[in-house]
Design a protein around this ligand. Sequence first.
Ligand SMILES: [Zn+2]
Ligand SMILES: [Zn+2]
Length: 74
Amino acid sequence: MADVWFDTCEVTCPNCGHVQVEEMPGQLSELKCKGCGEVMHTPKGECCVFCVYGNVPCPDAQIAGSCSCGSEGA
Ligand SMILES: [Zn+2]
Ligand SMILES: [Zn+2]
């Protein structure tokens, strides 16, 4: 069973700290910050920008359950 708990993500820009809510259709390798205009890139070896800069892992990582973002609990 593939269950996705979150389909939106609060992404924090590492450059300016701007937080923007993005829909998560899946993994995303790049995301442009609406605050400063910088493009956030996924560091090599990481899953995607949601897993790196977001408050929840992307749907793929949620399904795989292998992301170590530490958003478990509750
Ligand atoms: Zn920014
Ligand atoms: Zn991811």
